[in-house]
Design a protein around this ligand. Structure first.
Ligand code: AMP
Length: 301
């Protein structure tokens, strides 16, 4: 039996403009990107909220990918909406708006049959909600947390409380600077480990990602693609590949995590090649394994 990964995060409509095109009402949200990526490795349970305007087809798409959606609440009102525009340098983006809508009053309730999920991913949402979910679970085997500068700046105390309790923190390099006040990677990592997590992943966008554990570092490059179309959700796709592979293996050794990091990088590359979750829908095991092989060859003598 596969180990379930439970994810809590945003379920969104995104309006996105990149140098390569534009999409309105695209399916997005941290929980959706994560679920679609992780579903290629293991069974996923999603907890979140969408509004009455959320399409049946989107729920069907998740179900068709082995994502259990009965923890996804459909509330009176509109779905969370985010709008963003990317610069010519696609690594830079401006947020145009964030409409919380049904997220504003969301109180996550973990269904009884979800409470023993062994793997938990706390996607990027308010830290108080992340903590609430963590407290409703019965001794998860491995917990991971994502966050963003908004929460580091606006709710640092709530964020510290949740960081203290998780096994792994995933952040990007600018968030590391903001969280620790350190520009140096190693000094910043020391400070994050002191805050609680045994494992830390530092995402550096197209420059790859580091995994840190007991002062040992493992690095994986980003999988290079010819046409990055829309980077939205790459971080969540990365997390989905990482956690999905870990859960499928059922062990959390540093060696398994190193492989999981490679799968994370690969799933991020599929996300950026298309708008929304489109790059994750018809993906085959062969396509994933072929990129895994290529990436390994890129870093092995
Ligand atoms: P990423 O590109 O990894 O930052 O993820 C982008 C996704 O996060 C988009 O699909 C958005 O809908 C979602 N998102 C953006 N801002 C927030 C926020 N403040 N809270 C939760 N989700 C967000």
């Amino acid at each position: 039996m596969k180990n379930f990964v439970l994810v809590i995060g945003s379920v969104a409509f995104d309006d996105v403009k990149t140098p390569f095109g534009e999409r309105r009402n695209a399916l997005g949200g941290s929980a959706v990107f994560f679920s679609m990526a992780a579903s290629h490795f293991t069974n996923v349970r999603i907890v979140g909220v969408a509004g009455k305007d959320y399409p049946e087809d989107a729920i069907k798409m998740l179900c068709d990918h082995n994502v259990d959606t009965h923890g996804l609440e459909i509330a009176e009102g509109k779905t969370f909406r985010w709008g963003g525009v990317y610069h010519e340098d696609i690594n830079i983006r401006d947020t145009l708006y964030t409409h919380l809508n049904v997220f504003a009053d969301f109180k996550p309730i973990i269904p009884p049959d979800y409470q023993q999920s062994p793997f938990l991913f706390l996607g990027n949402i308010q830290p108080s909600l992340q903590l609430d979910v963590l407290n409703q679970l019965q001794k998860p085997r491995f917990t991971a947390l994502d966050t963003m500068n908004l929460w580091i700046e606006s709710t640092p105390d709530d964020l510290s409380k949740v960081i203290e309790k998780v096994d792994l923190l995933l952040i990007n390099d600018s968030e590391l600077n903001l969280l620790t006040g350190e520009l140096n990677l190693l000094k910043g990592l020391d400070k994050v480990h002191e805050m609680g997590p045994k494992y830390v992943i530092i995402k550096k966008g197209e420059h790859g990602a580091y995994l840190s554990y007991q002062r040992s570092l493992f690095f994986v490059p980003a999988y290079p693609v010819y046409q990055p179309t829309d980077p939205t959700g790459a971080g969540d796709g990365f997390a989905g590949g990482f956690m999905g592979y870990l859960a499928a293996c059922g062990n959390v050794s540093f060696r398994t995590m190193k492989k999981a990091l490679i799968y994370g990088s690969i799933m991020g590359s599929f996300v950026v090649e298309d708008f929304s979750v489109d790059g994750l829908i018809d993906l085959t095991k062969n396509q994933i394994e072929s990129r895994y092989k290529t990436l390994r060859q890129m870093v092995t003598l």
